[in-house]
Every structure is written in structure tokens, then in C-alpha cells.
Design a protein. Sequence first.
Length: 668
Amino acid sequence: MLLADDLGSKDIGCYGGPVKTPALDRLAANGVRFTNFYSGAPVCSTARATLLTGRHHLRTGIYTVIQDHMHHMHLLENEVTIAEILQANGYETVHLGKWHVGTPFRGWKKPWIDEHGFDHWFATDLNAAPSHRNPKNFWRNRERVGELEGYACHLVVDEAIQWLDTKRVSETPFFLNIWFHEPHAPLAAPDEIVSRYGDLSDPAAIYSGTIDNTDRAIARLLEKLERMGSLDDTIIIYTSDHGSYRHERNGDLRSGKGSLFEGGIRTPGIICWPNGIKGGRIEKTPAGAIDILPTICGLVGIEQPKKVHLDGTDLSPLLKTDVKQLERRQALTWHSPTSQPVLAIRDGNYSLVGWRNKEYPKDQTAIQDVMNQMKLILEKHHGRELTRDELWHKCYNSPLNSPDWNQLRSKFVTLNTFQEAWIPMIKSGFGGITRFELYDLSVDPGQTKNLAKQLPEIAKRLEQTALAIHADVLAEAPTWGPQVNPENLPPTAKKARTEKQMKIHRLETTKRSRFDAFAYLNRIPLEREIDETPDDLSGRILGRLANQEGRVLVKLPPGMKRDAYQGFKIALDSGQALHAGSCFSCHQLPDCSLTTSKPVTPSLRNASYSMKQLRQTMKTDPHHNLQLDEGDLTRLLALLQILKDVPDAGFRNLILNANVLDTSGDLE
């Protein structure tokens, strides 16, 4: 299984692209080349989950691009992957390259790659860093590897060849799952290759160079299989996770990465098996990555997983026989919660897309402010005015690299990042989907002419089908966040596993104040670890807040202002200097009651304090030694006010309607 990252449908040679790809062209010539092949989703994590499971990514637990340092979500442990099916049937299984469906690399409790069925793995959680050249973020079988020399595409092929030479049990069937990092940014390729496509500083030339370099790595792997005498007996599947962020590399298709228009989800699709299927064919039947798991089962004669709803269809009858028309289990559909359009369906020559009527709550004022600053830099760089769509695209994908630009881009990405607090809204059908457009892709692949009014019966039929599948998918999609509903967990999950997931993904306190919403939103640790003192815990929390501030990620629920946030930092500061409240040397988080008193004094929660009462308290032991001024007391009083409980329903809204606190001016 060979997967490119961010590669467009018109990038490689055999699809009419500008990049020289003789190895891939050879696979296409000896196999079946699909002209209507689709990704499982328009962005990385979701597309990969669909490929691995043959199921819509929402069923598997993944709603959008995973940020492992911010999101609980990951590919659920109980999902049955291609690797697990093959492993259970005597195959040795190996994953090499990018993963991006959730790892514990960044300290969060998530499954390791081997827990999804891979005997051996050599991987990164997401992109090769600092670039494709000399990456230093690879792990091998639960251990960090350290800095490596070479390009990522060749490093993963080196690992494949070494595994075949030294680790594989002779004559045992094997599954190599190779997910390349190229041509996803940050880009790097050898100068001698880049120069074939343009100037060494031209981003388009570097992009092409990474694809060319990857093709050379694939050629080395094919040569190894040929020397082993295994090439003709090996099923080789090649595709991309989704469309390219370079829209011109998606041909005449509309839009690109992140979109449910054709440019975001149409990809190359090549299946080659010289001793198993007739090669040299071009297949126009719509198919996609969602079909790969059932197709592998069909090709090698393995039973598909039982008691699991597969959204994909077995393509083996199409590949191995002269079947003229494939009978799909269900239509190809997509639902990308954060995209607009949010819903798409492909049936025959027709494509229907649907729009969500509302947007999820974001700090639009802050987003616009950052975009205005980025616009000045971008338009100066390009020497012209940018359209709204161009500006949005370049805010994410511009190759600009300077401290000011990088800080602005970090803010922009953070402000637009998916929030797991939106999931209950998604599952409830937030906003509704009532606006639809219909296109005939056989004559209008660029989706320029909406036929919904001319062909109302077809439009209505596809709308009803798409919405029915959409509802079924959402019913199975799990909830990540503060209020896990066990009814929303996948029905295939066992009780023990469900309980485990509940402990991981629910808010473990029963407290319901604005402070608790703030603690949840920012993942503030409130419980001491073994042998950790209260002051140590305070220091750990301050470190967490500093990290959040540095990335402009501090979120405040409605009703909590900056002064309450600053009051919390004063309360945490356990030093002896001015402005240090040292409150949690005595008061116990999360109860905020005195730990030194027997019996414990009443909690600060739900306490009513006036400024006069707070001043009086500061004069008593042990507070009288604190060096706090009037401003500090005002901030501490604001903190006390957010310790008052709210109703459960109100607490949920605190999570859903949080805003990002602008801390950029607070940084030293």
C-alpha cells in the first residue's frame, strides 16, 4: 500500500501531470488505472482512518485533522484495520511513514501503532520535521529514533528493504503499508531533482521535486521485490490521501485540499498485480480508498470482518473479471464537519454537494484581525491584491518563512482549529443541510453548472440518499469531550473498552463552575501526582499555561475575563515575591479547601466574598505575609467569582461557546 500525502489528481506522469514518474507509470501500465478514484475525506487524518477501516471516518472516531497535543480523538481501538485482518490470517504487517490517526507521542493516552495490527513500525505522528530532509521526529516500535540523514521517502523505503532482508520470516506473506510524507509541506528535495522543474527557490519546482524523489524511492522498492522474485505476486495499490493544496495540480477540477468539491477528493488510483489481474486497463467506474479494505479481502480470499458496517465495496469482481458495472454496497459519500460544502455524494456521473446553514462558534473578530495582518504581508510578497479565497488558502499554505509570519500563521491555525466541544452540535445536526447543488461530472468535471433546478428528481434522490447515510454515520460516531454519552459509542465496543474510553474522554470532576470549564478547555492538571507537593503542582500548571500562552491557545468560557485568568496565576504563584498569592500551598485543588485544617474548612467554591471581606482576610494568618496590591486583590476576587456552580445545561454552553484569550501582548 503506497500512499502519497497532498498529491493532486494531475501531478504524476501517467495522469498527464508535469512530474516524471517512471516507476508509477510502470505500475499503471501493468495494472488498472482508475480515472474516478476518490479519497475517503479531503484532509489527512480522516482520509487515513477511512482507508485503514473501509468505514466512514466519523464512525471510527475521527472528525477532522488530529492535533495530538490538543485533541482526544484518535482511531478507536476497537476498529478493525486492514493490518489486523491480514495479521489474523498469517501475514506479517509493517507500517512505515506518516501515521496521523492518533499517537501517544505527545503524552496523551492514545493507542500505539502496533495496537492497530502492525508487527513492526517506523513512523511519525504527522509531517516529517523539520522537513523531508534529515527528519528527526521518527519513532520505531515505541522508541524515538532521533535525527536521521536523508530524505523521508528514501528513509521509509530503506526501512522496508531492511525489514525484508533481516526481519521478515521467509515465505510468510507480508503487508507493507507505506505512507509517504511527500509532497506535504514543509518541502525538501535534492537540488539536482528540483532544478529539472524550475528555479531552486520556486515552491512549485520543489513540490514537483518531492514527487519525483518519491518515485525514485518507489523504484528502489520495486527493484528489491523483483530481485526477491516477488514483484509479480505482490498486490501494489497507489493513491493519495486527498487532493493537492496546489489547485493547479488538481487539473480542471474545482478547489483542492480541504474541500468536498472534486479537487479536494479526486486522487490517482492504481492497482497492480501482474499474476492476479489483467493489466494495461483504464477503469472509469467511480471507486475510492474506502473500498481498499473489502477489495484486499476479496483479492486474497479473506472473509470481511463480521458485525462491522463497511461503507466500502469489494472491487475485486471489477478487477478480476469482465464485470461491466459494479454493484456498490452504498453510494460514495463524504461528510467533512468543518468544510463547506459539508456533504457530498457521487452516484454514476452525478455529484451532489450540500452546505451547512451555520458556522461553528469561533472568535471571528480575532480571526479577521490576524487575516488582515497576514494579507498585508502576502499582497506585498505577491505584488497584487488577493481574493478572499486566495487569502484563506495562502494563510494556511504559503511557503513564507519568517518569525513574524510564523507567529501570525500559528495564531490563524489555532483560532481555526477544530474544537471537540463542537461534537455534540455536529451529532445533533447543527445548522441543518438544506442547500444543495447538482453536477454532471461527465460533461462538467469542474463543477461549474448547477443542475439542481433542471434535474429536480435526481437532485432529490441523491439528497435523500446522502442525508440517510449521513444520519447513520453520525449515530455511530463517538463523542470526545466533557460529556460522553455511552449511547453514542460504537455498538461493537465491548463493555470494558467502553468504560476505559469513558475514563479517558469525560471530564472526571463533577464540579460545574466557570473555573471547571476553564480547566477542562485548557486541560489544566488539578490532581497531584505521586510525591508531588502542592507547590510542584502549581508550578506544573503555570508551565502548562505558559505553553498555552506561547501558542495563543488559552480559552476562556463566557463570563470569565482576563482578570480572573490573571487571578488564577496569582493564586498559583508560590514564590515570596510581590504579586505571589501562594494560595494552593494551603488550598487543595480541585476542591479549593484548606488542606492544613482539621476538619477541612468550607471550600472557596460558591463562597460570597466582597472586596472588603477579602481585604480583611488578607490581614489574617497565614495571609498577612503576602505582598499583594489592590490590583492583585481585584483579580483574586474575580477568580473567586468564577468558582460558583452553574446548572449542568449551562456548563455545557460554557464549553461550547469558549473564546480564545489574546495573550500575544502578554509575552516577553
